[in-house]
Ligand binder design. Structure first.
Ligand SMILES: NC(=O)c1ccc[n+]([C@@H]2O[C@H](COP(=O)([O-])OP(=O)(O)OC[C@H]3O[C@@H](n4cnc5c(N)ncnc54)[C@H](O)[C@@H]3O)[C@@H](O)[C@H]2O)c1
Ligand SMILES: [Zn+2]
Length: 369
C-alpha cells in the first residue's frame, strides 16, 4: 500500500492507496477516534457495487451507521441535497464527532464534503473515492462544494478530510469513458510537474487505451503526491495552485459552451491541454512538446478537438471566466514536459488564431502532422 501525506499543519491527513484495501475502512475509522454514529453517503451505482461490503465492514467495527443514497450525477451537487443531509443527520443524532464517509466519485465527495464542512461547523470527513478523477484529483486538496444554477462550484469551502482510502480495484468497474476522463488529469500532472510520470504513461499507451493503468497504486499515489505538494504550498489557490489549471482554461470554456452536456470534464481538459501547448509554441515558450502531448492524449483515446462548436462560441465562453480581464486571459503554458508557467497576457486574437489552428490540424481525425 502506498501512503501519501498531505501536510497542512493541523489540517494534515493521510491518503492510503492500494489494491483491495476497502476492508481497512473499519480499523482506520477506529484509529482516528471517531464518534460511534456514522453516515455513509453514496449513490446508487456505487451502493450496488460496493456499498453493502463497505457498510458491513463499518458496522463490524462497531459503528452505528446510516447509509444515505443520493441520486447519481452532477445534479446532486445542489443545496437542496445538502439540506436533506442536514435533516437526516439531525434525525439520526449525529454529533460533532460523527464521521461522514463519502463513497463515490467527485460528485459524492464534493457534496458530502460540503455537508461535513458545514454541519455543526464541521464534522469529521472521510473519502473513499471510486473514480480515477476522484482518486487523483478531487479527493486531494480539500475543495468541497455544490453548484448554483448560475455556475459550477459557486458555493463551497476548503475542508480537509481526516483520511482518504483509495482502492484501485474499484476502478475496474468504471465505465471506459470515466476512466479516460480521469486519465486526462493524470497526464496533466505529467505535463505540469513530472516528466518521468509522463514517460511512464507514454510507454504504457496501449494498456492505458484498454483501460489498464499499469502499476496503478504507484501512479495514483504519484499524482496525489504532486497535487499534495502543490496544495501544501498554496492551500487556498493564491498562486502556485493555479498550475493545476493547465488545460482547464479552454477546457472550462468548451464545457460551458456545450452546456456541460457533451464532454466529460477530462475530455474538455484534454482539448484544453492541446490548445495551451499550441499557444505555448506560438508564443515561443516551447518547441516540439505539443506533438508529445498530442500523441499521448490521442493514443489513450482522449479528444484533441471539439466537434460541435464554433471557435467563436468557445471564445464567448471565456468572457464568463473570472480570469478574463481587458481582453486578456490567464493561461498555464507548458515550457517543457514537467514544467509550466503562468501567463496573464494571452490576447483574444492570439487565442482565436490558435483555436483555428487546432481545429484545422485535428478536425475529422486529420492529425497526421
Ligand atoms: N473538489 C475538487 O477539487 C474537484 C476536482 C475535480 C473535479 N471535481 C468535481 O468532481 C465531479 C466529477 O467527478 P467524477 O468525474 O468522479 O464524476 P461522478 O462522481 O459523477 O462519477 C462518474 C460516474 O461514474 C460512476 N462511478 C463512480 N465510481 C464508479 C465505479 N467504481 N464503478 C462504476 N461506476 C462508478 C458514478 O456513479 C457516475 O455515474 C465534478 O462535479 C467536479 O466539479 C472536484
Ligand atoms: Zn480538472
Amino acid at each position: 500500500m502506498e501512503i501519501c501525506s498531505v501536510n497542512l499543519d493541523k489540517n494534515s491527513y493521510t491518503m492510503y492507496v492500494g489494491s483491495q484495501i476497502l476492508s481497512k475502512i473499519g480499523s482506520l475509522l477506529k484509529e482516528n477516534d471517531m464518534g460511534e454514529k456514522a453516515l455513509l453517503i453514496t449513490c446508487f451505482p456505487i451502493q450496488r457495487l460496493y456499498g453493502e461490503y463497505v457498510e458491513s465492514i463499518i458496522r463490524d467495527a462497531g459503528f452505528d451507521l446510516r447509509v444515505i443514497e443520493l441520486p447519481d450525477g452532477e445534479g446532486t451537487k445542489d443545496l437542496k441535497v445538502v439540506a436533506r443531509l442536514y435533516d437526516e443527520a439531525i434525525e439520526f443524532g449525529c454529533d460533532r464527532n460523527s464521521p461522514v464517509i463519502a463513497l463515490g466519485g467527485g460528485v459524492i465527495g464534493d457534496v458530502a464534503g460540503f455537508f461535513a464542512a458545514t454541519y455543526l461547523r464541521g464534522i469529521p470527513f472521510v473519502q473513499i473515492p471510486t473514480t480515477l478523477l476522484a482518486q487523483v484529483d478531487s479527493s486531494v486538496g480539500g475543495k468541497v462544494g455544490v453548484n448554483h444554477f448560475k455556475g459550477k462550484n459557486m458555493i463551497g469551502a476548503f475542508y480537509q478530510p481526516k483520511f482518504v482510502l483509495s482502492d484501485i480495484e474499484v476502478l475496474k468497474s468504471l465505465p471506459e469513458r470515466e476512466f479516460r476522463s480521469g486519465l486526462a488529469e493524470v497526464i496533466k500532472y505529467g505535463v505540469i510537474w513530472d516528466e518521468e510520470l509522463f514517460s511512464i504513461l507514454e510507454s504504457n499507451i496501449n494498456g492505458l487505451s484498454r483501460g489498464e493503468l499499469g502499476d496503478s497504486p504507484r501512479i495514483v499515489a504519484r499524482c496525489c503526491r504532486i497535487k499534495a505538494a502543490v496544495v501544501e504550498q498554496d492551500e487556498r489557490e493564491t498562486n502556485l495552485r493555479a498550475i493545476l489549471n493547465y488545460g482547464h482554461t479552454v477546457g472550462h470554456s468548451v464545457e460551458r459552451a456545450s452546456k456541460f452536456a457533451r464532454y466529460r470534464h477530462g475530455e474538455a481538459v484534454s482539448i484544453g491541454m492541446v490548445s495551451a501547448a499550441l499557444l505555448s509554441e506560438r508564443m515561443g515558450l516551447s518547441k516540439g512538446i505539443t506533438k508529445r502531448i498530442v500523441n499521448l492524449l490521442h493514443g489513450v483515446g482522449l479528444p484533441l478537438i471539439w466537434d460541435d462548436l464554433e471557435v467563436e462560441e468557445i471564445i464567448t465562453g471565456f468572457k464568463y471566466d473570472k480570469k478574463f480581464r481587458d481582453g486578456r486571459i490567464r493561461f498555464i503554458l507548458p515550457e517543457a514536459i514537467g514544467k509550466v508557467r503562468m501567463r496573464d497576457d494571452v490576447s483574444e486574437s492570439l487565442l482565436k488564431e490558435t483555436l483555428e489552428t487546432q481545429k484545422n490540424l485535428f478536425a475529422k481525425g486529420g492529425w497526421g502532422w
